[in-house]
Design a protein around this ligand. Structure first.
Ligand code: PMP
Length: 417
């Protein structure tokens, strides 16, 4: 029995069984502010997990922008409105010049779905390449590109290894080469390689730039395009750059955005080379009722305002470095930490049974995530074995929050391992 068992039963009865809750004792927050979530009794939790509210829960500037525009007008993109154009100008200025068109959607899944449609249309090919434990979204076509959902892979998809810098550095490239050669032998060409900037579901990896460049070159030579899924790694999260793909020093053909774009308001999008979008637009039409509405555009613009005015990209870099140092310090004392990796304020801490076998410590990771929650700090776990602690706080994290997170992790690991 959990604390909220009546509520949980009501959820199951009303919402059905495919919803999943986090934590053995699910969280029941009633208020959010900055990096904190509060339950009704006033207990507060340090949010070190939620990358959607990347400028902090309920940031007043974003809330105000939403309220003001909602009180003025909200409608669709088949009428003229400045907000979408003002936002497009600002956003596109943050991209390399060739990426010069924006389409707005309501979710990252829709953005990926559109990217795939465009890729298939402009290349004339059908097959998409994705990493073995990727997650790219919920639509039927994108669920097929999200093997971590367990939907099953169709003949329109080929799985490639993730660039596992811990267990098998560089090996994924050999496997990708084999996949492409096999396809060529069957007379097949790829439409796209879709990759998450930090391979979040695969276990959080940040491989050398040369590896990603090689992979993208091969796919382009075979006739496909590179879709950078920036839903998790975008909007200053990685600290050094505004976009995750910048780490790899190459320019994608299509970039998809979401999660932190509206700080919780559902706005997402696709940034594309205009030559690709022109070709697609000549043959197909795209309309999204809610995508690009003025309220969403104002929310998204306010998020950019806050990232800029509060220097959150620099903060992500500085606090990310601090967090990295603290985690490496913990690894000196806790044998169960096999590897620490990530960028900016996005870290994976891989737990292993021992450092020789590197066997994944899956059960321990689950106990640590739940232990942290009991101790008032929210994190999660990722990867095919769910043994990689996923630490991805709002970008307004301060030194004090980093200390609290690492001290709590230290105590929980000491108690549990
Ligand atoms: N791509 C990635 C990398 C994601 O993490 C997610 C969401 N977890 C999506 C796409 C889909 O985004 P949404 O849930 O907004 O549809």
């Amino acid at each position: 029995m959990t604390e909220h068992s009546a509520l949980i039963q009501r959820r199951q009865r009303l919402l059905g069984r495919s919803y999943r809750l986090f934590y053995q004792q699910p969280l029941y927050p009633v208020k959010g502010e900055g990096v904190w979530l509060y339950e009704a009794d006033g207990k507060r939790y340090l949010d070190a997990y939620n990358n959607v509210v990347s400028v902090g829960h309920c940031h007043p500037r974003v809330v105000e922008a939403i309220c003001q525009q909602a009180a003025q007008l909200n409608t669709h993109t088949r009428y003229l409105h400045d907000s979408i154009l003002d936002y497009a100008e600002r956003l596109l200025a943050l991209f390399p010049d060739v990426l010069n068109n924006l389409t707005l959607t309501c979710s990252g899944s829709e953005a990926n779905d559109l990217a795939l449609r465009i890729a298939r249309e402009v290349t004339g090919n059908r097959i998409a390449l994705v990493t073995r434990w990727a997650y790219h979204g919920t639509t039927s076509s994108i669920a097929e590109l999200s093997p971590s959902l367990g939907v099953g892979v169709s003949d329109q998809v080929r799985l490639i290894d993730a660039p596992d810098t811990f267990r098998a550095p560089g090996q994924w490239l050999q496997q990708l080469r084999q996949v492409l050669d096999q396809m060529a032998a069957e007379g097949l060409r790829p439409a796209a390689l879709m990759m998450d900037g930090l391979f979040s579901s695969d276990g959080i990896f940040s491989p050398p730039a040369a590896e990603i460049q090689q992979a993208v070159n091969w796919v382009r030579q075979a006739g496909g395009v590179y879709i950078a899924d920036e839903v998790q790694s975008g909007f200053a999260r990685t600290g050094d750059d505004f976009w995750g793909f910048c780490r790899y020093q190459l320019v994608p053909d299509l970039v998809t955005l979401g999660k932190p774009m509206g700080n919780g308001h559902p706005v997402a999008g696709l940034v594309a080379r205009s030559d690709l979008l022109d070709l697609f637009g000549e043959r197909q039409r795209y309309f999204n009722t809610f995508g690009g509405n003025p309220v969403s555009c104002c929310a998204a613009a306010a998020v950019l305002d806050v990232i800029e005015s509060e220097h959150l990209q620099v903060n992500a870099r500085i606090q990310g470095q601090r967090l990295g140092r603290q985690l490496n310090d913990l690894a000196q004392r806790h044998e169960v930490i096999g590897d620490i990796r990530g960028a900016g304020l996005f870290y994976g801490v891989e737990l292993v049974k021992d450092r020789n076998s590197l066997a994944p410590a899956t059960a321990l990771a689950s106990r640590v995530v739940n232990g942290m929650r009991e101790a008032g700090v929210l994190i999660s776990a990722t990867g095919p074995d769910a043994n990689v602690l996923k630490i991805r706080p709002p970008l307004v994290f301060t030194a004090e929050h980093v200390e609290l997170l690492s001290d709590t992790l230290d105590q929980v690991l000491t108690r549990l391992s």
